[in-house]
Write a protein that binds this ligand. Structure first.
Ligand SMILES: Nc1ncnc2c1ncn2[C@@H]1O[C@H](COP(=O)(O)OP(=O)(O)OP(=O)(O)O)[C@@H](O)[C@H]1O
Length: 247
């Protein structure tokens, strides 16, 4: 069997006795594009939080690149190559695009940012930030404030910031949500340009916009996996229709 990027087994998470994720099995091969589909409250974001290490599971295990990380901290998993974007954009709106990327490169949160870091070091980061922005076609907006950019540009910036960490596993939480058709096209092209050395798991709400992207798809409902397979299998499965018609 080929090595898995992600191997989730029997994973469960309860909040106050209520299951948000139930007995989830998720196997993602190296380089795969895996889509997590499901209606509101299906448990998709909770599953991401478990994989990233932001919350601890109630049951089950998580392996990343063959290594058991179930009890590993988020920063250790980041070190192993896990990067993610969030459903709600988490950029610093009043800072420039360059500054946002620099923050991501230095791995510092706002509260830990050290204004006394040497100028040389910061200049190095700024140069690297420009390169990162160029990879997503945003270098012309490098000095603009995030608050002055479009929603689609912010999505691309978020993906660029995650890619700046040179991840092996990229977790994207609804990167296409709320975008116009044009913006969606731009983000889709950006995602297609990511090399296969990066494994991608993407959450999406709307199955029509995301299907083309996926090698394999997992459909969740009420915390559990209801369908898993390739595109054709998932589309043909009556349970998929049930989840979406019932929604
Ligand atoms: N921190 C928390 N405390 C209590 N309940 C939570 C918490 N996080 C999530 N839940 C509950 O877990 C369930 C799954 O939520 P989750 O956000 O994972 O679903 P989702 O599939 O990502 O939905 P959406 O598409 O709306 O983001 C929901 O019933 C939610 O209310």
């Amino acid at each position: 069997m080929s090595e898995l990027a992600l191997d989730v087994d029997g994973l469960g998470k309860n909040f106050g006795g209520l299951p948000a994720v139930r007995d989830v099995v998720l196997k993602v091969e190296l380089g795969e594009r895996h889509l997590l589909l499901g209606p509101n409250g299906a448990g998709k974001t909770t599953l991401f939080n478990l994989i990233a290490g932001d919350i601890r599971p109630s049951t089950g295990s998580i392996r990343l690149f063959g290594r058991d990380v179930t009890r590993m901290r988020t920063d250790q998993r980041t070190h192993m190559g896990v990067a993610r974007t969030y459903q709600i954009i988490t950029l610093f709106a009043e800072s420039t695009l360059t500054h946002n990327v620099v923050m991501s490169l230095t791995g510092l949160s706002r509260c830990r940012f050290d204004p006394f870091t040497s100028l040389d070091r910061r200049t190095g980061f700024r140069e690297r930030a420009r390169e990162v922005l160029a990879t997503v076609g945003l270098e012309h907006l490098a000095d603009r404030k995030v608050s002055e950019t479009s929603y689609g540009e912010r999505r691309r910036l978020e993906i660029a910031m995650a890619m700046a960490q040179e991840p092996s596993l990229l977790l994207l939480d609804e990167p296409l949500a709320g975008l116009s058709a044009d913006e969606r096209g731009e983000v889709q092209r950006l995602l297609e340009s990511i090399p296969r050395s990066v494994t991608i798991v993407m959450i999406e709400h709307d199955m029509d916009v995301a299907l083309a992207f996926a090698d394999r798809i997992t459909v969740m409902q009420r915390g559990a996996v209801v369908v898993e397979g390739n595109r054709a299998e998932v589309v043909a499965d009556p349970k998929t229709k049930e989840v979406y018609l019932g929604h």
